[in-house]
Design a protein around this ligand. Structure first.
Ligand SMILES: Nc1ncnc2c1ncn2[C@@H]1O[C@H](COP(=O)(O)OP(=O)(O)OP(=O)(O)O)[C@@H](O)[C@H]1O
Length: 276
């Protein structure tokens, strides 16, 4: 039976001073151990969903469950929840708090009461993983946007949460760092971490995700495997979302014989991207 880490049940959220709800009776369950992607048009509620998932905001209606139990909002419960649910913001400026890269990465660890030797080991490993070793002593405000983004992701990963929520993690990253990030995500996924990323990069979704959620207007519209989702051409067109090019190329009508050949070719192309 499928296990879920975080469950939203009929969740509503409206920002103060606005009329329309950002979340409109959202039902969404994050499956444990999967690599999931959340897609949808600008403004459909992805970031709002993350802010509630990390308990930065409270729903006005509906329930949010973590491992089957309703989230509690007292400060001790919140501290525990935020160790287990790591959120990487879309805008790295919202995440970075300390003066230098190394201080920023150690910030969350110091608050967890972890022994200093372990803190030092974890920081060294994560700096290396994210290609930040050379930048360790650099002031955070001197970094490029892509470097800031990498630090903000490292900040969360170093805490080793059970669930990582990433809001547009590849925004501002070049091809090399996108590839490195995906490799790192795959590594932590292989060690048991559940991952959900919101992204507008549907090629990445197609190649990387096990499971896809499609939101519109603050609701979940459909969920499924990337192949199933991107086969829903009419629905995607109605939502003004395009299928990834690779999916379009491989979904042409062909004979059974050609189908086998095409599937082999598809796998070879996917392997070329080294994303899975
Ligand atoms: N602080 C805020 N105050 C008022 N309205 C907000 C606020 N933040 C978001 N909204 C509104 O809530 C709705 C959902 O926004 P949200 O940022 O969650 O969407 P999104 O799917 O993450 O969009 P994008 O793909 O552009 O990042 C939008 O209509 C947006 O204008």
């Amino acid at each position: 039976m499928e296990e879920y880490l975080l469950e939203f049940e009929e969740v509503y959220y409206t920002y103060i001073g606005t009329k329309a709800s950002a979340l409109n009776g959202l039902n969404l369950k994050i499956p444990k151990h999967k690599k999931s992607a959340l897609i949808g048009q600008n403004g459909c509620g992805k970031t709002t969903f993350f802010l509630l998932a990390n308990a930065l905001y409270k729903p006005q209606q509906g329930n949010i469950l973590w491992q089957g139990k309703a989230i509690k909002y007292d400060s001790r419960s919140l501290q525990r929840l935020r160790q287990q649910v790591g959120l990487v913001f879309q805008d790295p400026e919202q995440q970075l708090v300390a003066a230098t890269v190394e201080e920023d990465i150690s910030y969350g660890l110091c608050n967890l009461g972890i022994p200093n030797t372990e803190i030092a080991q974890r920081i060294e490993a994560i700096l290396l993983e994210f290609g930040l070793t050379e930048l360790a002593q650099k002031p955070v405000h001197h970094l490029s946007l892509g470097q800031k983004k990498r630090v903000s992701i490292a900040d969360v990963m170093v805490l080793e949460p059970e669930l990582i929520l990433l809001d547009e993690p590849t925004a501002y990253l070049d091809r090399l760092h996108t590839r490195n990030l995906i490799n790192t995500l795959n590594k932590i996924h292989n060690s048991g971490t559940t991952i959900l990323m919101a992204t507008h990069d549907f090629d990445l979704v197609y190649r990387w995700a096990d499971w896809v959620f499609v939101m519109d207007n603050g609701k979940l519209i459909i969920e499924g495997t990337p192949k199933d989702i991107f086969n829903q051409q009419k629905l995607l067109a109605d939502l003004q979302l395009d299928a990834p090019l690779i999916h379009e190329i491989f979904s042409v009508e062909v004979s059974q014989e050609e189908q086998l050949f095409l599937e082999r070719l598809r796998q070879r192309i996917l392997n070329l991207f080294d994303y899975r």
